[in-house]
Design a protein around this ligand. Structure first.
Ligand code: TRH
Length: 377
């Protein structure tokens, strides 16, 4: 009998919560042959990542995953063998009670947010005893062997390399998005929250002499872009030229297409959690807009990641990288760091690929979850 898994997701905001859980659910089905239900409290965000889904259905099969609406008025169901509470989303009380009653014991996991901080290894896999006698285990994704690893599909890097080795495939893909690569231009993708540092960066990009082509999927950064352009409401298909900078607004695309966009670009600006990881698997230099938290807790996470990522870069390349990431995340002046980054470009590019390969030598998150379950049995 196939083991059954239930994943619960509350869409707090944006696309990260559903982006991570949907990707994990698909991988558990496709690579581990598990029976997975994904419970989501709001299908609107899900439908943007998976447009073939129907936002009106209470339950539907998508890519082998049973996607169910997690409604406020919870209807009793038989709990699964493994239950993942994503990002401390708090399961329905009736479901927890059913878990406690279940004859065959249930593995209950809280999948945490990603962090490169050192304490993660110490907390990963720890149990926490609940009042009803059940244990809940904390499962931390992460960048080191002592953590739960990162989401990465088995064939991802092979597919990515084949795509990047074939210029025609890339051009066809870009063409399907309405993008015609300009001769000699470096391609940049931009997915970020509203950011006051954007205008300073765009000024430098426009000044040249290097030609840049900026591809911007629809999202929150458009309001910052709009102010810099002094344009009316931007929408997919809009194109602008400012000096050496060519800008194109793209539609929000399926997750699989977004991967290909990252693989196509020379430099990727990403945010949150899932796009941040996907850009690392693209093996290209990146810039992270971290999700802001109260009391600037996010800045510690930023430092923790930078401390790991910059290792192995020369001193100058480190200064460029750290300067750029700080400026982008604290609205600082960005121009000088960007120039420095361009000067160290070959090194930054090689480093991005090395970093990707090192991370890929670790077990991926889905594999680590399955192994955790097998050890627990
Ligand atoms: O959207 P995000 O900012 O999401 C989150 C949430 O805000 C969450 O509450 C917070 O805790 C977390 O960040 C840190 O960023 P993220 O994680 O990168 O998720 C975006 C998803 O959208 C990711 O799966 C990639 C996908 N995507 C597409 O599928 N198509 C697109 O065109 C784009 C731009 C993104």
């Amino acid at each position: 009998m196939r083991a059954t898994w239930d994943i619960f997701c509350r869409v707090v905001d944006n696309y990260g919560d559903i982006g991570v859980t949907w990707r994990l659910a698909r991988q558990l089905v496709a690579e581990h042959g598990l029976a997975v239900r994904l419970w989501v409290d709001d299908l609107t965000a899900f439908v943007r990542l998976c447009p073939q889904a129907d936002a009106q259905l209470l339950s539907q099969m998508q890519q082998g995953v049973v996607v169910c609406v997690w409604s406020a008025d919870w209807q009793a169901v038989e709990p699964a063998d493994v239950v993942i509470e994503a990002f401390a989303c708090e399961l329905p009380a009736a479901y927890i009670a059913a878990m406690a009653r279940r004859e065959q014991k249930v593995l209950w996991l809280n999948l945490e947010y990603l962090s490169a901080e050192e304490w993660v290894e110490g907390c990963h896999g720890l149990p926490s005893m609940q009042s009803n006698g059940l244990s809940k285990f904390f499962f931390f994704p992460g960048f080191t062997a002592g953590s739960g690893g990162l989401l990465r599909e088995r064939e991802l890097l092979t597919q990515r390399r084949a795509f990047q080795a074939d210029g025609r495939t890339r051009d066809d893909f870009l063409c399907s998005l309405g993008v015609e690569p300009l001769a000699g231009a470096k391609l940049i993708s931009l997915f970020a929250y509203e950011n006051a540092a954007l205008s300073g960066w765009l000024e430098v990009l426009a000044a040249g002499p290097q030609r840049f082509q900026l591809l911007v999927p629809e999202g929150r950064i458009l309001s910052s872009l709009q102010s810099w352009l002094g344009s009316p409401l931007l929408q997919a298909g809009d194109t602008y030229l400012r000096g050496q900078l060519h800008i194109r607004v793209l539609p929000f695309m399926r997750q699989e297409q977004y991967d290909r966009l990252l693989w196509s670009c020379n430099f990727n600006v990403v945010r949150g959690e899932d796009s941040f990881i996907r850009a690392q698997w693209a093996g290209r230099p990146l810039l992270w807009h971290i999700y802001e938290q109260v009391d600037d807790a996010h800045l510690e996470k930023l430092e923790a990641f930078l401390a790991r990522y910059k290792e192995g870069l020369s001193a100058d390349a480190q200064v460029a990288l750290v300067g750029l990431w700080h400026a982008w995340n604290t609205n600082g002046p960005i121009g000088e760091s960007w120039q420095q980054l361009l000067e160290s470009w070959p090194e930054q590019a090689e480093h991005a690929e090395d970093w990707c390969l090192q991370r890929a030598s670790q077990a991926d998150l889905a594999e680590a979850l399955v192994q955790f379950y097998l050890n627990w049995l």
